[in-house]
Design a protein around this ligand. Structure first.
Ligand SMILES: Nc1ncnc2c1ncn2[C@@H]1O[C@H](COP(=O)(O)OP(=O)(O)OP(=O)(O)O)[C@@H](O)[C@H]1O
Ligand SMILES: [Mg+2]
Length: 226
């Protein structure tokens, strides 16, 4: 069954006098449990597409259906609830809250949603991410790779049905990158989570079930791997 269905999606940004067409009539369906990699050059529209699939921002035209429901028919408040409960989004530039420490950042979506934090799950997440000794540090006291791992922990803690990760290994060396990808892959397999990863790393793309390439806001190839 398709969990995400994107139809004729376009996004334009005003830039001074002109308009930038970041996404140009993109259609794409993603099945539940699928692991999809998105590749494409800088500025091609990858982050824009990921954000629109995650209920961040609104499209200029077209629809995004999740489990058959057009998410942009919802109010901002309903969209916020959708993002907290159903989506784990790892932002390209992390978007950590500077005044909150590692644990507070990771548990924020759960707490905003009024859920009790599962301490055992949190502890095991911190261990898997190699952040046990950084628990009470603030984002500006962390390396880029550590901040990236906090963003991944925040996205995964709630076991969302959809994980959208924007270059989740962009700031990691090859060893850490392989560890983070196996964590995401395990979560995808064990929970039948739908996983969409933007990457410039060929090794990451090679792990995916399917690779979609974007250029100039359009899908230029869509290949399922055997
Ligand atoms: N908030 C914004 N305001 C204006 N233009 C934007 C905005 N966000 C993105 N754009 C423009 O939309 C286009 C696509 O941007 P996007 O961030 O989706 O690219 P990307 O493929 O993720 O690139 P990168 O690999 O560098 O992260 C670019 O031309 C960018 O300048
Ligand atoms: Mg981007």
């Amino acid at each position: 069954m398709d969990i995400i269905s994107v139809e004729h999606l376009s996004k334009e940004y005003r830039e001074g006098e002109g308009v930038v067409r970041a996404l140009d009539d993109v259609s794409l369906t993603i099945g539940q449990g699928e692991f999809l990699a998105i590749i494409g050059s800088s500025g091609s529209g990858k982050s824009t597409l990921l954000h629109l699939m995650g209920g961040v921002d609104r499209p200029s035209s077209g629809t995004v259906r999740v489990n058959g429901e057009d998410i942009y028919q919802r109010s901002d408040e309903q969209l916020a609830v959708f993002r907290r409960r159903e989506v784990g989004l790892v932002y390209q530039f992390y978007n950590l809250i500077p005044v909150l420490d590692v644990v507070e950042n990771i548990t924020l979506p759960a707490r905003l949603d009024g859920q009790e934090v599962n301490e055992r799950r949190l502890a095991s997440m911190l261990r898997s991410l190699g952040l046990e000794r950084q628990e009470h540090l603030l984002p500006n006291q962390l390396s880029g790779g550590q901040q990236q791992r906090v963003a991944i922990g925040r996205a995964l803690l709630n076991s969302p049905s959809i994980v959208l990760a924007d270059e989740p290994t962009g700031n990691l060396d090859s060893k850490n990158s392989a560890e983070i990808m196996s964590l995401l892959r395990a979560s995808n397999r064990d929970l039948r989570q739908t996983l969409v990863v933007i990457t410039h790393d060929e090794n990451v793309a090679l792990m995916a079930d399917r690779v979609v390439a974007i250029e100039d806001g359009r899908i230029v190839s869509d290949e399922r791997r055997a």
